[in-house]
Design a protein around this ligand. Structure first.
Ligand SMILES: Cc1ncc(CN)c(N)n1
Length: 230
């Protein structure tokens, strides 16, 4: 079994909890509270900004042109393509995308970003990949699950969102990242493998918590104005 197949198997409990989460089910049913979508997009815009910066740090640790191109292309994908699912949500709630940008992060999104940053700053390329991989992988599987279960047509309010994440481009991103990590894991110590497993599982858990954060409109105990990450 490949290393990433092993990671997927060991974290199937979290993947299943994600598929069952009411926000995710709500995307399939076309029924989510507008306030929860707004909370999600505000946090996810900042999350994706941080994700691109972490791709940049991974790029800096790359040892081949091929890997540099991978991270470069994925930054471009977020900038130019992954805005579409956000637009789908914004259109549904009737709010302009710009007004949801630049907000402070709720606790879970803040923690998730810092978890990835920790591995990007202090870890190996393998640890970074372990922390990043649940992002495309869980969304790809959500897209496929929802596509199969609800078979949405074009008039479904979240058709664009579901189609985007079930698409082959997200599948390619996931498979390419898996290949990078599998290749990397062929020559590492058992200790490093454990650190990658820990980074991967925490990111899966934080993916689940991110949905819950949006669904429950999670806030810091005091809603004092906090500066956003730059
Ligand atoms: C929190 C989160 N995780 C994953 C994805 C999919 N790239 C996302 N947009 N946001």
């Amino acid at each position: 079994m490949t290393f990433t197949n092993q990671l997927r198997k060991e974290n199937d409990d979290i993947f299943q909890l994600i598929f069952e989460h009411p926000f995710v089910e709500g995307i399939g049913k076309g029924d989510i509270a507008k306030s929860a979508i707004e909370h999600y997009v505000k946090a996810d815009f900042e999350y994706l900004n941080a994700f691109m910066k972490i791709y940049g740090l991974a790029l800096a640790k790359s040892t081949s042109r091929k890997d540099i191109m991978y991270f470069h292309d994925k930054i471009s994908f977020i900038l130019h393509d992954e805005i579409h699912p956000h637009h789908n949500f914004c259109d549904y709630i009737g709010v302009g995308y710009e007004s949801l940008q630049g907000h402070s992060l709720p606790p879970t999104a803040d923690h998730y970003i810092k978890h990835m940053m920790y591995h990007a700053q202090l870890g190996t390329l393998g640890e970074i990949l372990g922390a990043l991989l649940p992002c495309p992988w869980t969304y790809l599987e959500i897209g496929k699950e929802l596509m199969e279960k609800y078979q949405p047509k074009e008039d479904h309010p979240f058709y664009q969102w579901i189609r985007f994440y079930a698409d082959s481009r997200v599948e390619n991103t996931t498979n390419d990242m898996r290949m990078l990590l599998d290749r990397y894991a062929e020559h590492i110590s058992p200790d490093e493998k454990l650190r990658i497993k820990d980074a991967f599982r925490k990111s899966c858990q934080l993916e689940l918590k991110f949905w819950e954060m949006a669904y429950s409109l999670e806030q810091w105990p005091s809603d004092g104005k906090q500066a956003i990450h730059s």
